[in-house]
Each structure stands twice: as structure tokens, then as C-alpha cells.
Design a protein around this ligand. Structure first.
Ligand code: SF4
Length: 409
């Protein structure tokens, strides 16, 4: 596996109190049971509108945030979803709905647009047991992705992102998904690949203080020894093979391992036919710094109106070697001057890892922080808070050398 140097990339400046996103969960109820889900589906789990408002205001008091991911469960099932979006928008925070899309109708979309929705992140992958798509692979699911992207496009200026959990047996489809995103760069703004993680008692023991805990009841426990050690670098190799110009510009490191890439963000510029180049670290640094200076927040999602003005980013090329290459590739054909150049993000998220001595390495500067009992907690480990009141500690089982096996939480 290739070894990347984290110092070659821009370390995104996000932290606990000043971040691009915060994670709101109005419900844990869902209409799907995805294999890789981190949250237990709870039928009667809608928080009251007042409770949700309280959480939004608490976030606002404790954390400067550009956007708010409204997640769950599936937030579209919450009866007050439109009012929630309206309230977030009134706080000058961008409301983003994280959904599987099933409950999204044209009428609801119109209402959400009126309420001020900024964007959607659709989670679509082949291990969701979706009715009607059960045996479809990731490439076949591009048809469903297209359906949601076109739905948003018809309402105009709603940001469109797709999340997909990546497993060893689905990695082969990544080039086809990235290519599809290129063909639809005019209506798809972000593609996120989340590397599958689950806990297992096979290689580590979990402790609540001195008490050993059996994790088999937790929703993100995997009975089978599934491979859960896919690394960002492996996806880097896939992207690179597909497009030799590919490179990311920025990252978040692990809380316990500075060299790991927990969020790995690439920004590319292209038309529906071709990608002309990628942003380098300097461009992302300029964008994040100036956005904060001018608007007081780090930049999360951009609106489709901005994303289609990719040519304006080329103005930063004097500061960025990678962008200069994009300028060269684009203007090699002078007629391109009259073509629209789109910006699109390709991102990898590598959730919780275990270090050799059993510590759990989280995303340093986690954007997906949520609230539990008035405290900030990692949304990917909320079930531990709910079941044990605290995040559990892990220690390697005797005789086990971690990261040599396919383990991890
Ligand atoms: S620490 Fe967990 S919740 Fe936070 S960004 Fe990483 S995977 Fe998401």
C-alpha cells in the first residue's frame, strides 16, 4: 500500500468549537436496516419539536457551525422535519438532510425548499436491503442516485451529495461510481466513500471501568469477522489508477495517529465529459481561511450556483501548482473558455481505528459531533453513550497483534 505524507496536504482547520458541520438527530427511527448502520432503529424515538430546538440552540451556544446535518434514523420520518429545517435556517445555519431518500416525495421536497433546505446527503449503497434494489450492485444503483440528483436539480440550487459505505467486495465498483459522478457533475456536488467499520470481541476486550463488556448486542457489532481495515490509502490508489491526475488537497488526521487520513478531501474541476484537474492544498487553505475571515465560519457545502462557477477557482492558480495544471489542461482548447467548469468534491472517511496498543483513534476535529445529555459526543459511537453512559475503553486480547488482523471498531 502506498505511503502518503500527511504534511503534503492541508490539515483542515476544523475543531470542537469551530467546525463546518454539527450532527442533529431528531429521531432514531428508520425505514431501512442498512448493514453498516451505526444507530439502532428505534420505532418510538422521535424527539419532540421543543427538544430538537433546545439541541439546536445548545449547538449554537457551544459551537460555531456552518451547516447542520439533520440525521438519524431517517429524519424525513420526523413529523416536524419542515419546521426543524425552517428553524435551523433562521439561525443562519445551512440545514442539510441526511437520508436514504425513500420518504422523499416531490411535495415534501417543495415544502423543504420553501423552508430553506440547503442540501441533501443521500446514503445509497448495495448493503441496504432496499426494496426493489436488493440484488443491485453499486453501478446499478447509479440509476437510483440519478433519480435523487435529478429530483433536487428540478427544484434548483439544492446541494446534492451521496454517501456510500465501502466494503472489500464493493471496492471494485468505486471507479464506476466516480465516473458516473463525473458524467453528472452538473447535478452531483459531493461523493463520499465511508470505509466500513464495526466492533467485534474477537481481538479486543471492551471495558467500562474495570468491568469487561460483551459488545455483541451493540448495533455496530459484527458477528462475522468482516474485513474492517480498509484504509484511505487503498482508495487513493483506486482513484489514482482511474485518473493519474487525482490527488486530495486536505485531510483530518486521527486523534491517536497523526499520520492517518480520517477525512481525505479532493476537489476536482471538470465538465460532464472530462475532469481537467484538482485543487491543491493552497487553494483549500485560501478558501477556508477567507471564508472564515469574511463570513466567520469555515466552509462546508457550497451551493450548486457556486459549484458551477469552477472557472473562478482558477484565479487562485498563481498560488497553487496543482491548479496551474488544471488551467493548462482546460485552456489547451481555447473553446473551453465558453464552457462551464464545475467543482465537485470526492471524499473518503475512515472512521474509528484501533492502534496497536488498543486505543481508539477518532477523527481529530470531528465534524459529525452530536449532543447527548447536553455534552458533545461522537455520533458514530452514540450507541455506547446510550447503553453504557460513556465511550468504552479497548485493550488488545492477550497475544493479539492489532492491525495485523481484520478487526476494529
Ligand atoms: S469521529 Fe466518528 S462521528 Fe466523527 S467524523 Fe469520524 S466517523 Fe464521523
Amino acid at each position: 500500500m502506498i505511503k502518503l505524507n500527511h504534511l503534503d496536504y492541508y490539515r483542515l482547520p476544523w475543531n470542537l468549537t469551530d467546525n463546518i458541520i454539527s450532527w442533529l438527530e431528531p429521531t432514531a427511527k428508520c425505514n431501512l436496516a442498512c448493514f453498516g448502520c451505526y444507530r439502532k432503529n428505534e420505532v418510538n424515538s422521535h424527539k419532540s419539536f421543543e427538544q430538537v430546538i433546545e439541541e439546536i440552540l445548545l449547538f449554537k451556544r457551544m459551537r460555531n457551525t456552518d451547516a447542520m446535518s439533520i440525521a438519524g434514523g431517517d429524519p424525513l420520518l420526523h413529523p416536524d422535519i419542515v419546521r426543524i429545517v425552517q428553524f435551523i435556517k433562521a439561525q443562519k445555519i445551512k440545514p442539510i438532510i441526511n437520508t436514504n431518500g425513500i420518504a422523499l416525495t416531490k411535495e415534501l421536497l417543495k415544502e423543504l425548499k420553501k423552508a430553506g433546505i440547503y442540501g441533501f446527503t443521500f446514503h445509497v449503497d448495495s448493503k441496504q436491503n432496499r426494496p426493489g434494489w436488493k440484488d443491485s450492485n453499486e453501478i446499478e444503483l447509479n440509476e437510483l442516485r440519478y433519480h435523487y440528483a435529478s429530483m433536487l436539480a428540478s427544484e434548483k440550487n439544492i446541494s446534492c451529495s451521496f454517501n456510500s459505505t465501502v466494503y472489500r467486495d464493493t471496492m471494485q465498483y468505486i471507479p464506476g461510481m466516480v465516473e458516473w459522478a463525473n458524467k453528472n457533475i452538473d447535478i452531483v456536488n459531493v461523493m463520499v466513500f465511508i470505509l466500513y467499520r464495526a466492533v467485534t470481541n474477537d481481538f479486543v476486550d471492551f471495558y467500562l471501568g474495570p468491568e469487561k463488556i460483551d459488545m455483541s448486542n451493540l448495533v455496530y457489532n459484527s458477528e462475522e469477522s468482516k474485513v474492517v481495515d480498509i484504509k484511505t490509502e487503498e482508495l487513493y490508489e483506486i482513484f489514482k489508477k482511474n485518473d493519474p491526475n487525482y490527488d486530495a488537497c486536505s485531510y483530518l488526521n486521527g486523534s491517536e495517529n497523526p499520520e492517518s487520513f480520517k477525512w481525505f478531501l479532493a476537489g476536482r474541476l471538470g465538465t460532464k465529459k472530462k475532469i481537467f484537474g484538482y485543487l491543491g492544498p493552497k487553494t483549500m487553505e485560501i478558501v477556508q481561511t477567507f471564508n472564515h475571515l469574511l463570513f466567520g465560519k469555515y466552509l462546508s457545502y457550497t451551493s450548486p450556483k457556486i459549484s458551477r462557477k469552477g472557472k473562478s477557482l482558477l484565479l487562485l492558480s498563481p498560488f497553487d501548482k496543482k491548479l496551474r495544471q488544471a488551467v493548462k489542461n482546460f485552456f489547451i482548447n481555447p473553446f473551453n473558455m465558453f464552457r462551464r467548469l464545475y467543482y465537485q468534491s470526492i471524499m473518503v472517511i475512515q472512521p474509528v481505528d484501533l492502534t496497536d496498543d488498543g486505543r481508539q483513534s477518532m477523527c481529530d476535529g470531528c465534524p459529525d459531533i452530536t449532543l447527548w445529555n447536553g455534552k458533545f459526543v461522537w455520533s458514530c459511537r452514540l450507541e455506547e453513550q446510550l447503553n453504557y453512559g460513556i465511550n468504552l475503553r479497548t485493550f488488545p486480547k492477550e497475544g493479539i497483534k492489532l492491525n495485523k488482523k481484520s478487526v476494529v471498531s
